[in-house]
Design a protein around this ligand. Structure first.
Ligand code: FE2
Length: 281
């Protein structure tokens, strides 16, 4: 059992603010990632923008409502709609988060951490198998930022996500910023996290900004990638090699050029770490 790592290069998120520019011209990056839920309904400007982008560069579909760790049954209508989108768009990657966000049929619109126990691990592994069967392909799960931890947890987060990936035969979307945020909030070593994740399961990186709230770091995704996260990215590239990277900016979204600049910075750092020349998009 294994998972392929596509050679996508460096990309940015597809955001409504840039639809006009992207409908007029080719994306100035290697690839783009779209939030799956925003494109499930066929037709309209969002889908037109996604299809236009997809005709020019590879696309990843990144979901936020799979709620893989929930004890609710899997949302089958959601999975059917996602499968239809996957079949239409043929994305290079399909991902969601290692978290839960639905209980008793209600979505909380948040990505809550799981208790890191053998019981939760078995539960997630079984559900990933069901999701991959429903979608007809492998998925990636992303580590979320967290601010609380469960007293019941017995496994480190890096061991947990690694074991999910191995047992369920899925991939890992490593959010470098989320590792940094959670490491600071919980007092573990971000470098140890990166060293502990199985290299052959890491298929994608997210890079993002956060806010320092004093007592804790908040995963705001509304700013440039800070130097602390670029430093961790250097460590991740040295360990995992040329993993497709994505600048994730979800709020106070800047002009396209700012995001493209961040993605080129990621390309330059990767090239520097790997001793190669960066290839311009
Ligand atoms: Fe992320």
């Amino acid at each position: 059992m294994s998972i392929p790592r596509p050679g996508l290069g460096h990309g940015i998120g597809l955001r409504p603010k840039h639809f006009g520019r992207l409908l007029d011209g080719r994306p100035p990056v290697d690839w783009m990632e779209a939030v799956s839920e925003n494109y499930l309904a066929p037709g309209g400007r969002p889908v037109a923008a996604l299809e236009k982008v997809r005709s020019e560069v590879p696309v990843a579909l990144h979901g936020v409502s799979l709620s893989i760790g929930s004890t609710d049954p899997l949302d089958r209508p959601y999975l059917a709609a996602l499968r239809a989108l996957v079949d239409r768009i043929q994305p290079a990657i399909v991902s969601d988060h290692l978290c839960w966000g639905r209980h008793g049929g209600r979505y909380v619109h948040d990505l809550w951490p799981l208790p890191l126990t053998e019981e939760a691990l078995a539960h997630v592994v079984e559900r990933v198998g069901q999701v991959q069967e429903a979608l007809g392909r492998q998925i990636l799960l992303e580590n979320v930022s967290s601010y609380i931890a469960f007293r019941e947890s017995t496994i480190s987060e890096w061991e947990f996500i690694g074991e999910v990936a191995r047992r369920a035969d899925c991939g890992i979307l490593l959010d470098v910023n989320n590792i940094y945020v959670s490491a600071r909030n919980h007092g573990f070593s971000a470098a140890k996290y990166i060293a502990g994740v199985p290299a052959d399961r890491v298929v994608q990186f997210h890079l993002a900004g956060h806010s320092d709230k004093g007592a804790y770091l908040f995963d705001s995704h509304d700013a440039q990638v800070p130097e602390s996260v670029w430093d961790l990215y250097r460590i991740a590239v040295a360990r995992f090699g040329p993993v497709p990277s994505l600048i994730e900016w979800d709020d106070h979204i800047p002009e396209l050029e700012v995001l493209v600049g961040e993605s080129r910075k990621a390309a330059a750092i990767e090239a520097q770490v790997l001793g190669r020349r960066a290839v311009a998009s």
